[in-house]
Design a protein around this ligand. Structure first.
Ligand SMILES: Nc1ncnc2c1ncn2[C@@H]1O[C@H](COP(=O)(O)OP(=O)(O)OP(=O)(O)O)[C@@H](O)[C@H]1O
Ligand SMILES: CC(C)(CO)[C@@H](O)C(=O)NCCC(=O)O
Length: 427
């Protein structure tokens, strides 16, 4: 078995164009660029999906029954733990002790937008409902234990008896929650939750989904364009491609009818894992930013490297990737690649693979609409545009790629709805 010579790459990364060798060495200008890009994307989505409307079908939470348990829902995945916090009105608590605890919980959560090493509250994603506001928080799954302690102080934990939860971690951490906090995990299936959250927002929250205009001659090529729905038409059927740690592909036929038709083990954690193994970069956002500066031709074997130019008979241009990371098969090429080149090649490789799996499954089930969810696409504009272009190109414009403001939060949101909304009580 060949071993990846990470140390070799790291040792030789000194003279490369992108010099981020660790978090502490990242220059402030790099950090600013990351921030700018993320803020620009978030700013564009700011006005999307801010409320839940059209309540005829979506019955509101029963305001008389609030307790601290029902305000939370979690989705503990392979990489990230997503948490929903529902901020109801404090007068909904009849019990004075609970009312006070709720106030201190709110103070704790809203005193900051960053919790510990990895926790983030996505302020621009919060959604107003008739009786309160839904907030979205995430942590790295490896820090889920700290997350509980940071969010809920001791006196609050004692008053939480049960938390609704989905994702693999609802099984993996069940015992831990019981033993350490005396909290029971109420489990919900991850795909049922994912679709409950997604369908609710597609139907009731204006502009949850958006697309990119793939015509580069149009000025707003760079901007996410909100999808406009005709309320008299069904949102079904569609293909959902969830790019989390791994990739799951769901054929969604209608509200209560879906099938997991495909998947791929080449997903978000593959990206993060290989960035970690091959470079000195150790955060997802930094890797995305680095990928923008990289030249993957230092890493990938191109058609031109094999043919000396294009492969004319079959229309394969010289700059087309013949084999991702193919140049690494020659030892001396390792020295020529920077961390940024590697990040770029990895991002494109994984995105291309996701795109192909998505396109082929859409063809297989004759679907013209693909939604992409999951945190691999979190502020990942490069990947989203690449997916939009690839799907358009391969399908000759017949299939459109759609993206979602709440990217990786639908599982947690669906769990929150399933646990609280009476319309789902019979499920
Ligand atoms: N701040 C971040 N920290 C770590 N990974 C991030 C971050 N932001 C985005 N990601 C990417 O998102 C991926 C996880 O996505 P998501 O939260 O949808 O999946 P998951 O629920 O953890 O995984 P699964 O559903 O497969 O169990 C990571 O593997 C990484 O590629
Ligand atoms: C295992 C799950 C479902 C956990 O969310 C996900 O990571 C996934 O779909 N992985 C890909 C598995 C496959 O190759 O089909």
């Amino acid at each position: 078995m060949p071993t990846i010579n990470k140390a070799h790459i790291k040792r030789n990364s000194e003279d490369k164009s992108f010099k981020t060798t660790s978090n502490e060495h990242a220059s402030s200008s790099t950090n600013n660029e990351i921030l700018n890009e993320v803020i620009k994307h978030q700013y564009a989505l700011k006005s999307f999906a801010r409320t839940i409307e059209n309540y005829e079908d979506l019955i509101e939470l029963d305001t008389k029954q609030y307790n601290l348990d029902s305000l939370f829902a979690m989705d503990i995945g392979g990489s990230l733990c997503k948490i929903i916090f529902f901020e109801c009105k404090s007068e909904n608590f009849e019990n004075t002790e609970l009312k006070e605890l709720f106030k201190s919980l709110k103070n704790n959560i809203f005193s900051t937008e960053d919790y510990g090493f990895s926790g983030i509250r996505d302020r621009y994603k919060s959604i107003k409902t008739k009786t309160g506001c839904i907030h979205f928080i995430l942590f790295e799954t490896q820090r889920v234990k700290n997350a509980v302690e940071l969010l809920f102080q001791n006196d609050i934990i004692k008053n939480i008896k049960q938390i609704s939860c989905t994702g693999g971690g609802s099984y993996k951490f069940e015992e831990y929650f019981r033993e350490h906090y005396n909290i029971e995990i109420k489990k919900y299936d991850e795909f049922k939750s994912l679709l409950t959250g997604l369908n609710a927002l597609l139907k009731y929250s204006p502009n949850e989904s958006y697309h990119y205009n793939i015509d580069k001659t149009i000025n707003d090529f760079d901007k996410p364009i909100p999808d406009v729905y005709d309320n008299s038409k069904s949102i079904f059927p569609y293909l959902l491609v969830n790019v989390g740690s791994g990739v799951s592909v769901l054929h969604v036929k209608d509200e209560n009818n879906f099938e997991r038709v495909s998947g791929s083990g080449i997903g978000g954690a593959t990206f993060s894992g290989l960035v970690n193994a091959l470079t000195n970069i150790n955060s997802f956002d930094e890797a995305l930013q680095a990928s923008r500066k990289g030249n993957s031709a230092n890493v990938n074997m191109l058609v031109g490297d094999i043919y000396g130019g294009e492969y004319q008979s079959f229309n394969l241009p010289a700059n087309m990737v013949a084999s991702f990371f193919g140049k690494f098969s020659k030892n001396d090429s390792l020295d020529k690649a920077s961390d940024a080149d590697i990040c770029n090649a990895l991002l494109v490789m994984i995105t291309n693979n996701v795109g192909q799996v998505a396109y082929l499954n859409a063809m297989r089930y004759n679907l013209t609409k693909i939604y992409f969810s999951g945190n691999f696409l979190r502020s990942n504009v490069v990947a989203m545009k690449a997916l939009a272009n690839a799907i358009h190109f391969w399908s000759h414009g017949e299939i459109q790629a759609h993206f979602l403001k709440h990217e990786g939060y639908f599982g947690a949101l669906g769990t929150f709805f399933l646990n609280n909304l009476s319309q789902y009580n019979n499920i």
